[in-house]
Design a protein around this ligand. Structure first.
Ligand SMILES: *[C@@H]1O[C@H](CO)[C@@H](O)[C@H](O)[C@H]1NC(C)=O
Ligand SMILES: *[C@@H]1O[C@H](CO)[C@@H](O)[C@H](O)[C@H]1NC(C)=O
Ligand SMILES: *[C@@H]1O[C@H](CO)[C@@H](O)[C@H](O)[C@H]1NC(C)=O
Ligand SMILES: *[C@@H]1O[C@H](CO)[C@@H](O)[C@H](O)[C@H]1NC(C)=O
Ligand SMILES: *[C@@H]1O[C@H](CO)[C@@H](O)[C@H](O)[C@H]1NC(C)=O
Ligand SMILES: *[C@@H]1O[C@H](CO)[C@@H](O)[C@H](O)[C@H]1NC(C)=O
Ligand SMILES: *[C@@H]1O[C@H](CO)[C@@H](O)[C@H](O)[C@H]1NC(C)=O
Ligand SMILES: *[C@@H]1O[C@H](CO)[C@@H](O)[C@H](O)[C@H]1NC(C)=O
Ligand SMILES: *[C@@H]1O[C@H](CO)[C@@H](O)[C@H](O)[C@H]1NC(C)=O
Ligand SMILES: *[C@@H]1O[C@H](CO)[C@@H](O)[C@H](O)[C@H]1NC(C)=O
Ligand SMILES: *[C@@H]1O[C@H](CO)[C@@H](O)[C@H](O)[C@H]1NC(C)=O
Ligand SMILES: CC(=O)N[C@H]1CO[C@H](CO)[C@@H](O)[C@@H]1O
Length: 440
């Protein structure tokens, strides 16, 4: 009797501790006086770059909305729903975190999402039904929340069979809606899916586009559950050879003890805007685009597909996560400058002061179809601060851009003798995008 009572109390305590909040906790108010950062006048008002220890913000105000006080649980992805609930994932590449997908229930705590039992696969459990390692979290335009699972646990380079997948959940009931498990022929041999975007206007039930850090793009037709891996083994998705980037003014490498190697992360950032897919290998400063319809056309040959990729150019920083808004702007994490940069993809956004190569909104006509050609894209600063310590992933909701910072190059993997130099807390910020909504 005593035993069962204490078990019941323990069960109740566990239930209470794991309750999923249905609305966001209250965080401080964003200053309402903040002007839109996109008016042309403001672009010329950007101040000179801050020094590494100068926390002045160049650009719109940065509000910290969440802090994480555990060195081993660094965040990567962030998704925010229409009720401002903040979902964060904690990859297990370095440590076996109890929670790999969480929902913030206070300024510095998270609860397991959608529940605790799905977070860890039990011995004998089919790994297609539970989380191995959630690397990204995304909310689509139908308000489904998706967990992207690489399928590779701590210390593993290859995904376990049936482990790599994207799973969707209902934000109201928290129940699983759908599960797309990558066939082993795609997930095997080092493939490491990293991020995903959805265009639900394509095909019959939408198309998911995934980046693979190993160097490919994976396309999933949501209605037919067909999986295609494209651009594999091409330079457009591969890291620069012997890449060396700089972080907070210091070149960074990969380390195992005193054994130094180079960061080799391939295609990572991804955004959809105006019918194009914008992408980049992380360990490079190269930015590319490809037409979404062309990329999803499984009948094209590898050569035709590679020929359809357009090189936008060098952008002056290696590139982390991307996102896009409903005004055709694409935002990119550019940690080499402790910044987030952006570019327009809609000709209608080209004001006179941002006119480039003769193109602006008044100089064009219907043959331009409203989309800025790759050769005329101009990358510009959006927000910069020494506080932006590796903006890993971002999303747009309710007029704000939300992003995580995780000090990635200060993690043990990128430091001599594997000693982490990251300092707590890791943070999630929001910053105004002048009322814009998500692109898709
Ligand atoms: C920090 O940078 C800003 C913008 O460049 C500058 O106005 C300010 O004087 C700097 N502050 C310090 C303490 O260096
Ligand atoms: C930090 O995270 C690890 C992995 O999830 C967990 O085991 C540990 O208890 C956490 N530490 C604290 C102080 O919460
Ligand atoms: C977490 O936030 C609470 C207030 O929400 C605060 O009292 C506490 O000190 C914070 N914990 C840390 C480690 O900062
Ligand atoms: C595990 O799940 C996958 C994906 O649903 C399925 O194809 C496979 O047959 C399952 N394996 C077992 C042993 O049930
Ligand atoms: C989520 O569940 C609610 C309640 O059952 C339902 O009304 C809604 O359509 C569902 N949303 C999605 C995206 O499936
Ligand atoms: C956790 O969520 C998964 C996916 O929806 C579901 O299959 C499982 O039954 C849930 N577990 C509990 C204890 O609710
Ligand atoms: C993995 O690569 C090896 C060597 O190239 C190949 O023989 C094998 O078929 C691949 N495995 C899968 C599942 O594709
Ligand atoms: C993408 O290709 C399709 C089919 O060729 C075409 O209709 C569409 O206009 C193209 N979109 C862009 C942004 O170039
Ligand atoms: C999604 O696909 C449709 C149909 O191809 C296209 O018109 C639209 O621009 C795409 N959305 C984005 C954000 O690229
Ligand atoms: C913008 O530039 C066009 C020529 O490209 C010119 O006709 C127009 O007057 C300019 N508008 C303003 C407000 O300067
Ligand atoms: C529209 O613009 C394109 C390129 O900017 C040009 O080649 C074409 O002649 C223009 N058409 C008209 C009717 O002005
Ligand atoms: C910060 C800043 O300079 N904001 C200005 C941006 O441009 C608008 C329109 O000219 C001004 O009203 C803001 O003061």
């Amino acid at each position: 009797m005593i035993l069962s009572t204490s078990l019941l109390i323990a069960a109740l305590a566990a239930t209470q501790a794991l309750a999923i909040p249905s609305s966001a906790y209250t965080f401080s108010a964003y200053p309402s006086s903040t002007a839109s950062p996109f008016t042309p006048q403001n672009l010329t008002s950007f101040t000179q770059p801050s020094s590494p220890n100068n926390f002045t913000i160049d650009g719109p105000y940065l509000e910290v909305v969440h802090e994480i006080y555990n060195l081993t649980t660094f965040p990567t992805g962030v998704a925010v729903d229409q009720d401002n609930r903040i979902f964060i994932n904690f990859p297990r590449s370095a440590s076996n975190n109890d929670i790999t997908l969480g929902l913030a229930d206070s300024f510095n705590t998270t609860v397991a999402y959608p529940n605790a039992s799905i977070q860890t696969c039990q011995p004998g459990q089919n790994v297609s039904t539970c989380f191995v390692n959630v690397q990204s979290v995304v909310i689509d335009s139908a308000q489904r929340i998706w967990a992207l699972d690489t399928g590779a646990g701590p210390g593993q380079t290859d995904a376990v069979e049936y482990g790599a997948k994207i799973m969707s959940f209902n934000l109201t009931t928290n129940e699983m809606i759908d599960n797309y498990v990558l066939p082993y022929s795609i997930s095997a041999n080092g493939t490491s899916i990293n991020d995903v975007r959805f265009n639900l206007s394509m095909s019959t039930a939408g198309v998911a586009f995934l980046t693979d850090e190993q160097g490919s793009l994976v396309i999933i037709d949501l209605a037919s559950h067909t999986y295609t891996r494209r651009l594999f083994n091409t330079s457009v998705v591969a890291a620069d050879e012997l890449f060396v980037g700089s972080f907070d003014g210091t070149p960074f490498y990969e380390w195992k003890g005193t054994q130094r190697s180079h960061v080799g992360i391939g295609s990572d950032g991804i955004a959809l805007a105006n019918g194009n897919l914008y992408f980049a290998p992380l360990a490079s400063r190269r930015l590319y685009q490809i037409n979404q319809t062309v990329l999803a056309n499984a009948s094209l040959t590898d050569t035709e597909m590679l020929n359809a990729v357009e090189f936008i150019g060098q952008v002056g920083s290696y590139l982390e996560g991307f996102t896009a808004d409903d005004q055709g702007r694409v935002y990119m994490g550019t940690a080499e400058q402790n910044s987030i940069t952006y570019f327009n993809t809609s000709i209608s956004s080209l004001m006179n002061s941002t006119m480039l190569n003769g193109i602006n909104a008044s100089s064009t006509n219907a043959t331009n179809e409203g989309v800025i050609p790759a050769s005329d894209i101009e990358v510009a600063p959006f927000v910069r601060s020494a506080d932006i310590q590796w903006p890993d992933s971002m999303c747009i909701e309710n007029g704000y851009l939300w992003f995580t910072t995780n000090q990635l190059p200060l993690q043990g993997t990128y430091q001599r003798n594997d000693i982490t130099k990251a300092s707590l807390p890791y943070k999630v910020y929001r910053t105004s995008v002048g009322g814009a909504g998500p692109a898709v």
